[in-house]
Structures are given as structure tokens and as C-alpha cells.
Design a protein around this ligand. Sequence first.
Ligand code: BG6
Length: 492
Amino acid sequence: MSQQSAPRPADLVVFGGTGDLSMRKLLPSLYLLDRDGHLDARTRVVAVSRDGLTDADFRDKAAAAVRGHQAVQVTEPDVLRRFLERLSHTTVDVGGDPSGWEDLAAVLAPDRDRVFYLAVPPMISGEICRGLAAAGLVTPAARVVMEKPLGRDLASSQAVNDAVGAVFDESRTYRIDHYLGKETVQNLLVLRFANVFLEPLWNSRWIDHVQITAAETVGVGGRRGYYDTSGAMRDMVQNHLLQLLCLTAMEPPSSYDRDAVRDEKLKVLQSLRPLEGDRVAEDTVRGQYGRGTVQGAEVLGYLDEAGGPAASDTETFVALRAEIANWRWAGVPFYLRTGKRMSHSRSEIVVRFREVPHPIFPGTHLPGAGSLVIRLQPDEGIHLTMLAKTPGAGALRLRPVPLELSFADTFSTRSPEAYERLLMDVLAGDSTLFMRRDEVEAAWRWVDPVIEAWNGLSTTPETYPAGSAGPAGAHRLIGRTGRTWYEEERHR
Ligand code: BG6
């Protein structure tokens, strides 16, 4: 899994190469890979779009995108020049004038690996793949990279996978979930399977419940059009949150091999207890942000954001209670929660241990004690709260104290961007950190009935003010069993 091998020369062809993802994520990440010596000198990046740009125009756009990226900070002129020389633009009108495919063929080299990155809406993925095949551009080792959304339900996801699968077999298909490229997510596997002390405790006997949160302060911004057809369940839960749940809950794989890891993740998805019927109303909460103040700035409510209808039931927040029906996890709730326009940006997994079976000290039941927090962002780290004696000769008093591991302080090296890691893996032909078709489909199988049930309910998402902790229903959901969201417990 993601073991480094020497970079190989490749032609990386990005469909949607002038779009938002390419500018915000792919090009800055490729620049950083180049700067850090992870790209072979002969590797080329070909942006494909209908924009009719010259290579020079595209390089200007790319330079601005690289310079403006927060992870780049300072561009080194020599590195930037070398990087820009790798870039070119080809105009292809997919489904239209075929001459673009010939232009593309002319810039690809027979002795370089071919990677086709589809940074485009899923419904045109199949057409692009057919175009590539018809133009004879799909060499036996060529790979294809797909971005989410991978469909909007099981049926549409199967249609996209079938269309792409008709040209690229599964072993050459890389489905991105960028959460899998985050450093802490990979560290979660190391924490669990390279240390001996956690695994014996990692089950329903010692763990009371798990919370997985991805909270963002941003709203939907300019993506209202897309978002209105998606909502938080499809945008975040079906992929990022379920992947985090899989890595937290999976059995130890027999090796760090791509299929061994993905087989175990699939078993978790297949063990999720279906959320159907009355359970949907009981165990899920939908919210939609209204106007409010986020970090001192007044912001619009979801319905006022441009690019979508003035009335909409699209959820910008979801909290739900999931159960994994297997021996390890029976009876342990997994609370998943994600929302836009929340008070803080925070993504973390909180594993809450049970209390000791027989307390011998007074005050053993203290808020926040016995939690292991695996923090993905903003600051990556691992935080364990344990009870310790308060110093002093008086009455014996206990207090929760933190054991803190900050990756930034401990390793004092920059954590790569998720896309750097994933692009490097695609170029090296390592698909461990990518989703296999059966995983994506198993996730849709679990998510679809929830969305269907929501559509049949007379209730609409609960409004929560932007900049808040989400709708009150989320607090009732976890509070029903006497539990509390981690951040509230700490501040009690
Ligand atoms: C994307 C979603 O997949 O993930 C966005 O489409 C979301 O809506 C983003 O904002 C969050 O990613 P990150 O890395 O900022 O947590």
C-alpha cells in the first residue's frame, strides 16, 4: 500500500484540465510533487478541455493556480519553470468534432505510461473512455482515474462503472476518495495495526461508541447547482465518512496489499445494519443552514446562495447512528456527522472507551475521559485522554489529562496534500488507497434506502444557523442514550 517506488515517466491526461479541481488541487499537487523530486523528468501533463487554449495560455493559468495555493507558499522560479514546461493543452470536443482525438494522439508518447484522469461530471466518463478507445489511445497498461461523485445512487453508479469498465478493467481503474490520501487516515491503519496495545481493546467489550465528524465552516459557495442535486449524504457520507468508518472498524488485513485492505473494508460495508423504515426517522437527522455568522462574518443561508432554487429540501448537515452487525462491533453505535457552515472546521474520529468495570476511585466518571481522538484536520494528530491523579496531599482527586501527539511538532516535516499522495500512487500504479467498484456499490446500497425514506417523509431538514453546532436534532440523536458529542463533553 502506497509504498514508494521510483517514479516512472508518464503522460498524465486530465479531462476537465482547466476546471476547478484541476486548478485548485491537481496542478498545485503536481507542482509540489515535482518540487520534491517525485516526478520523472520525462513526465508530461496534458490538460484536455473544450476551451481552445494555447499551451501558453494554459501555462499562465496553471502558474497562477500554483502560486495561489496555500500549500505551495513560495514558488521556486526554477522549479515552476521546469513544471510549466511539462504542461500542454489539447482541445477535444468529446462527442463532437473527432479531430481533437487526433491532436491528443499526437502529443502522447509510446514509451510513457498513460494515465487518463477524468475530472469531469460522471455522465460523460463513459463517452470519454469510448472516445479514447476509438482513437486507439488506450494502451494495455493505461490507467483511468475517476473522481466523485461516482453516480447519485446505486443504479447510476453501476451505469458509470459499466461504461468505464467496458474500456478499462478494474485493476486499471482508480476511484478517488481524497480522504484516503490524508496523512492521518493512513496513520489510522498504522496506529491500529503496527502497535500491539490498541487491538485487544478495539471491540464492543471495551469501546462504548465511535463518533466520526467532518465539520466545515465553508458553505456551498459557487457549487450550489451541483450541491442541490447531491446534499451532504451523497457528497460526504456515502464516500468520505463511510471510508473513515471502514478503516476504523475493519478487521486486520492479512497484508498491506491493495486487495487485502479493500476486502476488509468491503466486509464492514456489507455488515452495516440497513437503515430503513422507521429507523430512518429515529436514527438520522437532516439539517440545512440558515443565515448566520461564521467566524465573525455574516453569511447567507443555503436557500439564498446563488445558483439554485429558492426552495429546496437539500440537506447541508447529516447526523446518523450506524451499527455494524458483526462479532466485533455488535451493540456499538457509530455516530456519523457532517455539515457545512458549522462553527469550526474539524474532522476527527473519536473512539470512546467504556468506563472501568469496577471503579475504586471516587470521580471515575468524568466527562471526556477515556477518549482516543484521531484528528484529520485542521491540525493532524492523535489525542488520548486518560484519568490521572491531581497532584497534592489532600483528598485523592482525578482529572482527565491529555496525551497529545501532533504530527507537525513530532515530525517537523510538511504533510503532503491528499492529492499529492494519490497522484503519486496513480503514477506508481498502486491502487490501495482507491475505492474498488464493489466498495462504492456497497456504500450506495446502504445509503440509497435512507435517501428514499427521507423523500417519503413529510418532514424537511431542520434549519440551523450558520456558524452553529448544527441542528438540535443531532444533540437529541446522541443524547437519547445519555451520550454527548465529544466537543460538548469537553466543554461541560
Ligand atoms: C469534497 C466535497 O469531496 O470534500 C466538498 O465535495 C467538501 O463538499 C470537501 O467541502 C471536503 O474536503 P476537505 O479535504 O476540505 O475536508
